[in-house]
Design a protein around this ligand. Structure first.
Ligand code: HGY
Ligand code: MN
Ligand code: MN
Length: 420
């Protein structure tokens, strides 16, 4: 039986290797269906093979590593899914997503090292599209397995005009056979994911690991403003229909609405904004911005989005600018299954000696797709100052080892205790 330090070191080395696969030397940027995604998936597939798993890449670009059941019995024809994502945001940290895939592979190695045979299959999944940075929609690869993929997303284009359909074909996926990749509820036992907390709670409480209670309600929207381009030197301020100034007012309205929702953990973010034609001496005739709204419950998110829509309308009318607000994604709260939370809490307590706390995840995860297929559960790992989506993201080696031990313990509890 390896100790936490050794398991953590193993994970750190693998995460370091993945961090070197990037579109931007010196930064970590690995977008869905990019050449970097392909290389990272190939490396993960090699690790899976070395761990004794049977490996395949599915039509959506997810790398699968399957450990056949070691025991016969009523659950031998089903599988427990363990996964996370290997795509990243731009200039990312190295642990977001990648830790969950590496933890699954090292957990398989550890189960073998302990001579533990499972009464069901265990499948490690490396999803390629959790961040949704390249395309407006996200969770394409996990939605494919969950059977919840909206096929119209295949025609969504990236900044270069490349539709998912074409990028998938170029990548080596198969856009015409995604439906066949869907699992059925009876095929699987549940879905587990190890992920950094990406928040400050565990560190502030001096705890290495936590149990995720649920994943927050999340919406993503795209706002497009159309005003009137004009000469920066000759159009008086009172006669302008400045599309960018209109969106700038909306950005501050978004912040004002979100600040009123602290009780429901309401947060709203404008991460992208562009102006056209984009010249120093031209009043922007067009502008576009993204909007990300999340809350601990669906009602609070829906109410906040409604208030934002009202502010958008009023701003547009007052400024003589037409502003459209398109819904790109809306995901309800995804609650972890009580039986999986209990198995995870048992796995964590066995390695830390403390009953773990439950934490709401403000960050989105593949579990928001997988909940359409099966019960979900997540193990959160402490990360320094809660920093994430930032190259300063960092995790202690020991904590990664404890997380892997807790994952092994959770899998064993599910094997011994049954359920689903
Ligand atoms: O946006 C999120 O919360 C996740 O990191 N994709
Ligand atoms: Mn993530
Ligand atoms: Mn992320």
């Amino acid at each position: 039986m390896s100790d936490a330090r050794a398991l953590g070191e193993r994970a750190e080395a693998m995460i370091g290797a993945l961090a070197g696969i990037t579109a931007e030397p010196g930064k970590i940027t690995r977008l869905y269906l990019s050449p970097e995604h392909r290389r990272a998936a190939a490396l993960v597939g090699e690790w899976m093979r070395q761990a004794g798993l049977s490996v395949r890449m599915d039509a959506a670009g997810t790398m699968h590593g399957l450990l056949a059941p070691g025991l016969s019995g009523p659950r031998a024809n089903r599988r427990l899914l363990v996964g996370s994502h290997i795509d990243t945001v731009v200039d990312a940290g190295r642990y977001d997503g990648n830790l969950g895939v590496v933890a699954g592979i090292v957990a398989v190695e550890e189960l073998a090292a302990r001579g533990i045979r499972l009464p069901f299959g265990l499948e490690i999944l490396a999803f390629g599209d959790e961040e949704g940075v390249r395309y407006p929609k996200t969770l394409v690869s996990s939605s494919t397995i969950a059977g919840s993929l909206d096929p119209t997303v295949l025609d969504m284009v990236d900044a270069t005009g490349m539709p998912i359909r074409g990028a998938l074909a170029e990548f080596g996926g198969d856009p015409d056979h995604l439906a066949a990749e869907a699992y059925l509820r009876g095929d699987v036992i549940g879905y587990l994911e190890v992920h950094i907390e990406q928040g400050p709670v565990l560190e502030s409480q001096g705890e290495a690991l936590g149990v995720v209670s649920a994943i927050a309600s999340q919406g993503r929207y795209r706002l497009t403003a159309r005003g009137e381009a004009g000469h920066a030197g000759t159009v008086p301020m009172a006669l302008r229909h400045d599309a960018l100034a209109a969106l700038a007012e909306v950005v501050l309205a978004v912040e004002e609405v979100a600040r009123k929702g602290v009780r429901d953990s309401l947060v709203a973010t404008v991460g992208e904004i562009t102006a056209r034609p984009g010249a120093v001496n031209v009043i922007p005739g067009e502008a576009m911005m993204s909007l990300d709204v999340r809350a601990a419950n669906d009602a609070a998110r829906v109410a906040a989005v409604e208030e934002i829509r009202r502010r958008v309308r009023d701003t547009g009318v007052r400024r003589g600018v037409v502003i459209g607000m398109e819904t790109m994604i809306e995901k309800p709260v995804a609650a972890a299954a009580p039986w999986l939370k209990r198995a995870i809490a048992g796995g964590i307590e066995a390695v830390t000696g403390r009953k773990p706390r439950e934490i709401m995840s403000g960050a989105g995860h593949d579990g928001q797709a997988m909940i359409n297929l099966t019960d979900i559960g997540m193990i959160f790992v402490r990360c320094r100052a809660g920093i994430s989506h930032n190259p300063l993201e960092s995790v202690m080696i020991e904590d990664m080892g404890l997380a892997i031990e807790a994952l092994v313990g959770t899998i064993v509890r599910i094997a011994e205790g049954g359920r689903a």
